[in-house]
Write a protein of this length. Structure first.
Ligand code: HAM
Length: 409
């Protein structure tokens, strides 16, 4: 609805300003892609690909999917347009609707909106920290306080298999007691068991080792450096050994931003590094890192913390007509004011002066011009400043200049 859209526009504007500051350019990826783009990128065994995609066969018999997230689509576009040849480091951002067939609940919708960034072409831990800094700057700029940044590393294809084996061994005698989903994850992706939301799985995995001891040197050094960078910027974070995230493309750093007040769906953003994804699609080795925020959850957070900005309508001038004969003169006046960059409105339905004044108020007019046959004859109009109630008599010919001069103040 229009009054809600105003809040969205404010949020989108803040996002664009933050993106400019951090050097990200906007990319607009399609709303739907060939199904393989998501299947391959996100991973066949993830919840999103297994259960949550809106997949259709089009009239040409092709399988297409409404985008459940932006990263896979951006990587597809990055390769198709050979951006690796154009930019040593491509810093891209996107905003728009995503679709997941999840069970709807507060903060979880089947069509929702994300803002996301992807930085493709650098393996530097500074970029991980920069993306986290950007996320933190964004939430703060939007007026969100008290969010928590959870941070973890999930290793890389070199060191992760050893940890996965250790995890299977540690959980083998508990397998029967895990939830159905986790019994499936046991063989295919045992690390996902660590962030299962079921109490029984949380309990059974309480004492299993984290990945630390299994990390290869490269992953260990990388994670240490990311943390040092964040410390140097004074960004608070909590290390969370159980944070795994639900995409197969992640390597090394993963993070999530949560706002506790939101209840079960408390993640207002999340991201991580995905050094192998571009190669997975057949492209050159391109380490990358990114992040996405859920805009509905950002708005819920602002509402809940009482920080939702009140954005009121604004109108420079309302022309109130006395008598219908005036309509044509007022009509040209409104049009010429608008052409000078002054927002103007009038009534076309012959309302009384009193109800025109009410309309002016509702529209948030700063000035009301009262125009009747006498005023036209004298060549002077009454201009009322709505905030103070002060009235000025202004020559009709000089009205545009008068309003424009007020607008500049
Ligand atoms: P994600 O954690 O799946 O990550 O989604 C990011 C954010 O989108 C979540 O933290 C949440 O705020 C919001 N979100 C997700 N699902 C829903 C839903 N059903 N209803 C409302 N909000 C939702 C990604 O999508 C990754 N592509 C992020 C990324 C970018 N990683 C690297 N680059």
């Amino acid at each position: 609805m229009p009054e809600e859209v105003r809040v969205w526009q404010y949020i989108e504007k803040t996002i664009r300003d933050v993106c400019d500051m951090f050097g990200y350019s906007e990319i607009r990826v399609p709303i739907f892609e060939h199904t393989e783009v998501f299947q391959r990128g996100i991973g066949e065994t993830t919840d999103i690909v297994e259960k949550e995609m809106y997949t259709f066969t089009d009239k040409g018999g092709r399988s297409v999917t409404l985008r459940p997230e932006g990263t896979a689509a951006v990587v597809r576009a990055y390769l198709e347009h050979k951006l690796y040849g154009k930019y040593p480091l491509a810093k891209l951002y996107y905003m728009g609707p995503m679709f997941r067939y999840e069970r709807p609940q507060a903060g979880r919708y089947r069509q929702f909106h994300q803002f996301g960034v992807e930085a493709l072409g650098s393996s530097s831990p500074y970029i991980d920290a920069e993306v986290i800094d950007m996320a933190s700057t964004l939430y703060t700029s939007l007026g969100i306080r008290d969010f928590e940044i959870k941070l973890n590393t999930i290793g890389c294809p070199k060191c992760r298999p050893a940890y996965q084996s250790a995890l299977r061994a540690a959980l083998s005698d508990k397998l029967e007691r895990l939830c159905k989903n986790c019994r499936n994850r046991y063989e295919r992706n045992p690390m996902r068991i660590l962030d299962c939301k079921e109490d029984v799985c949380k309990e059974l995995t309480e004492n299993v080792d984290g990945i630390d001891e299994y990390l290869c040197d490269e992953c260990m050094v990388h994670f240490t450096k990311v943390k040092e960078c964040l410390d140097s910027l004074g960004i608070n974070y909590t290390e969370d050994k159980r944070l795994v995230r639900g995409f197969d493309y992640y390597t090394k750093t993963v993070f999530e931003i949560v706002y506790k007040g939101l209840g079960a769906q408390d993640a207002i953003g999340g991201g991580g590094r995905y050094d192998g994804l571009v190669e997975e699609y057949g492209g050159p080795h391109t380490p990358a890192v990114g992040f996405a925020a859920g805009l509905e959850r950002v708005i819920l957070t602002l509402k809940q913390s009482g920080n939702l900005p009140e954005i009121v309508d604004e109108l420079d001038v309302y022309i109130a007509c006395i008598g219908e004969d005036i309509t044509t003169t007022a009509f040209s006046l409104v049009s010429s004011l608008r052409r000078k960059g002054i927002s103007a409105e009038m009534d076309y339905s012959g309302k009384s002066l009193k109800s025109q004044m009410k309309s002016a108020n509702k529209l948030g007019a700063r000035y009301v011009v009262i125009l009747g046959p006498d005023e036209i004859q004298k060549g002077y109009v009454l201009v009322k400043a709505m905030s103070t109630g002060e009235q000025d008599e202004v020559a009709l010919k000089g009205l545009e200049e008068y309003i424009a001069s007020k607008k500049r103040v």
